[in-house]
Design a protein around this ligand. Structure first.
Ligand code: PLP
Length: 431
């Protein structure tokens, strides 16, 4: 390890946010300062902006295995998840009630490890519209229980009381889904933010569609890290967030197939197919397209090196600290994502101690000092609250050098040692 390597701050919190590259800033600049017109304006500068917007849309779609018409630009992952969950649920609820009457009890199926942007959107539907929210359990490595998903979907099946013809939900490209299940939507994540486990999305879509239910995928943590083929997987809606792959914060997209019914959440000028009103951010759309394309190209070249350095890091941590356990699936996980629990220690104290040693990482959940809540994903995976509170997440987009792996392992060894020592030497009442 070089002297410099030891002195530098090591940023291992890429899953929280990423820096913006020079290339992305340079690509955005002309659309902030020169070609700044509103893409809906009829004059020539407006037409130029509209052309740029549609090129960005096409590029983004191609990099996600989708079509340009699928792309709805938003302000980020949170907004995309809200539009998908609330918008699809509201639209299908109306269709369901038109067809079957008010006595139908609609439901939403989500996994037990969804981000609050999905989980709380579903809860909002429960609070305001009485929609039942069913959380599908996960196993101890955060894999969704497919048998439970299938069972819950089967429970929502309804006898078709229609006039003999199959009523379908939504129009547009692709075959629409039959309206024969009181489940409005299945919403699951492609890769978990806290433990990195990757879910079998194509299989989930196949099962849900067999019951006529659309599928929304939160791909916020996965975009730019693993290949995404939205249409091949037959997914109906998919959320991404730019700042996880190198755009400024506050940019994202919901990819939504035309066949999927959705009620807009924002009312206004009707931009983005009438589904997301608000003057479009042309420079932001360019940033999304460029940053995702660059991330995908980098990913193709360094996937193996990234995953190998992750495995070396996990092995090194387990070697220096016998209490450590890897969380999530040890193999089927994001390539630059290592996560652990350290039973008996406080994850918050560990974070602070590692930070003082120049290593910036995370507990894997929204965590404010003094309000350290147990990460919801770990609780759903069956960890007790005290163990869940010992979680640590290290995420990176560039393969770690052997020197960096050694440095992190040494810092963890020292931190664990000094925190154990501090804990044991504290008076019993102060523990
Ligand atoms: N979904 C997941 C899985 C996330 O990890 C995050 C952010 O961490 C979000 C949604 C929210 O994205 P944004 O920060 O763009 O609102």
């Amino acid at each position: 390890m070089s002297g410099n390597e030891a002195a530098d701050e090591l940023y291992l919190d890429a899953a929280s946010t990423e820096p913006v590259s020079r290339d992305v800033i340079e690509a955005m600049m002309p659309f902030l300062t020169e070609a700044y017109a509103n893409p809906l304006s009829v004059h020539q500068p407006g037409k130029t902006a509209a052309r740029v917007l549609s090129a960005a849309r096409a590029s983004l779609a191609a990099d996600l295995g989708a079509r340009p018409d699928d792309v709805i630009f938003t302000s980020g992952g949170t907004e995309s998840d809200n539009l998908a969950v609330k918008g699809i649920a509201m639209a299908r609820m109306r269709m369901l009630r038109d067809r079957y009457g008010e006595s139908v009890k609609p439901r939403i199926l989500i996994s037990a490890i969804e981000h609050p942007a999905v989980a709380q959107s579903a809860d909002w539907m429960e609070r305001w519209f009485g929609v039942e929210v069913v959380r599908i359990r996960v196993d101890e490595q955060a894999h969704i229980d497919m048998a439970a998903l299938e069972r819950e979907l089967a429970q929502g099946d309804m006898t078709d009381i229609g006039n003999g013809e199959h009523e379908t939900a939504g129009q547009g490209s692709g075959s629409a889904l039959a309206l024969t299940n009181r489940t409005l939507l299945v919403s699951v994540m492609l890769a978990n933010n806290e433990v990195g486990t990757i879910e079998p999305i194509d299989e989930i879509a196949r099962i849900a569609h067999a019951h006529g239910v659309p599928v929304h995928v939160d791909a916020v943590q996965a975009a730019g890290q693993i290949p995404i083929r939205m249409r091949d997987w037959d997914v109906d809606a998919l959320s991404i967030s730019g700042h996880k792959f190198g755009t400024p914060k506050g940019l994202g997209a919901l990819l939504l197939r035309g066949r999927t019914p959705v009620e807009p959440v924002l009312s206004g000028g009707g931009q983005e197919r009438g589904l997301r009103s608000g003057t479009q951010n042309v420079a932001g759309a360019v940033a999304l397209a460029i940053a995702l394309h660059e991330s995908n190209e980098r990913m193709a070249g360094r996937y193996r090196a990234l995953a190998e350095s992750r495995d070396r890091l996990m092995d090194a941590v387990l070697r220096v600290e016998p209490r450590a356990q890897v969380t999530g699936d040890p193999k089927r996980r994001l390539p630059g994502h290592a996560s652990f629990v350290f039973p008996g220690l406080s994850g918050e104290a560990l974070l602070v101690d590692l930070d003082a040693r120049g290593i910036a990482c995370s507990s894997g959940s929204a965590c404010a000092l003094g309000r350290h809540e147990a990460p919801a994903t770990l609780l759903a995976m069956g960890f007790t609250a005290p163990v869940a509170k010992s979680a640590l997440r290290m995420t990176f987009r560039t393969p770690l050098t052997p020197g960096q792996v050694n440095r992190v392992a040494a810092a963890i060894e020292e931190s664990c040692h000094s925190l154990t020592h501090a804990h044991l030497s504290a008076p019993a009442g102060a523990r």
